[in-house]
Design a protein around this ligand. Structure first.
Ligand SMILES: NC(=O)c1ccc[n+]([C@@H]2O[C@H](COP(=O)([O-])OP(=O)(O)OC[C@H]3O[C@@H](n4cnc5c(N)ncnc54)[C@H](OP(=O)(O)O)[C@@H]3O)[C@@H](O)[C@H]2O)c1
Length: 168
């Protein structure tokens, strides 16, 4: 069975981005992002790809777009289901655990929320201005485990914790 995960960092007011960028500077969370995604397929919307600005190394980069037909270093799909199928086939061919990681943005999170069975959530301890939000979801059917807590410091603007929610 393919597990569709969401990997997201969200403020207390559910903000995840502003002006096609992240609203904070949290290099420690980016390390967690890298560690979690390395060697796995990552699925993202075209705007998130443009916000990152390049394919992420050592990961299968999959971009969803109807306006950009191809991107060097990434696989482009016009349809989310086809993108997820492609990622799942890759996992099977590589003998990997079949986890497809959706990394955003808001539009792609919204469109895959019903399929999401694992949420890797960085809760950023702030209320912040933004223009994109993670959808409201009911996590009653999920079990939660905390994997990290980081205090703010010179480089990391806010306290944050990282929890993994898995569907029961
Ligand atoms: N905090 C976090 O964890 C996190 C993670 C990721 C992103 N972000 C932030 O989120 C923001 C970007 O999110 P967003 O919602 O604006 O954009 P997005 O979801 O990254 O990308 C939206 C684009 O994806 C394509 N798309 C979406 N659904 C599609 C479908 N069903 N079929 C075909 N193409 C589809 C379209 O591309 P075309 O217009 O090319 O057709 C659409 O314009 C940025 O601020 C970014 O920094 C935050």
């Amino acid at each position: 069975m393919t597990v569709i995960s969401h990997l997201v960092a969200m403020a207390k007011n559910r903000v995840i981005g502003i002006n096609n960028d992240l609203p904070w500077s949290l290099p420690e969370d980016l390390k967690h992002f890298k560690k979690y995604t390395l060697d796995k397929p990552i699925v993202m919307g075209r705007k998130t790809f443009e916000s990152i600005g390049r394919p992420l190394p050592q990961r299968l980069n999959i971009v969803i777009s109807q306006s950009v037909p191809e991107i060097k270093g990434a696989h482009v799909f016009t349809n989310i289901d086809e993108a997820i199928q492609f990622a799942s086939n890759y996992n099977k061919n590589m003998n990997f655990k079949d986890e497809v990681i959706v990394i955003g943005g808001a539009q792609i999170f919204n469109e895959t929320i019903m399929q999401m069975e694992k949420l890797v959530l960085t809760k950023v301890d702030c209320e912040i201005d933004g223009d994109v939000y993670y959808p409201r979801i009911n996590l009653n059917d999920f079990s939660k485990r905390n994997i990290a807590y980081h205090s703010k410091n010179e480089e990391n603007q806010f306290d944050f914790s990282i929890d993994i929610y898995e569907k029961n």
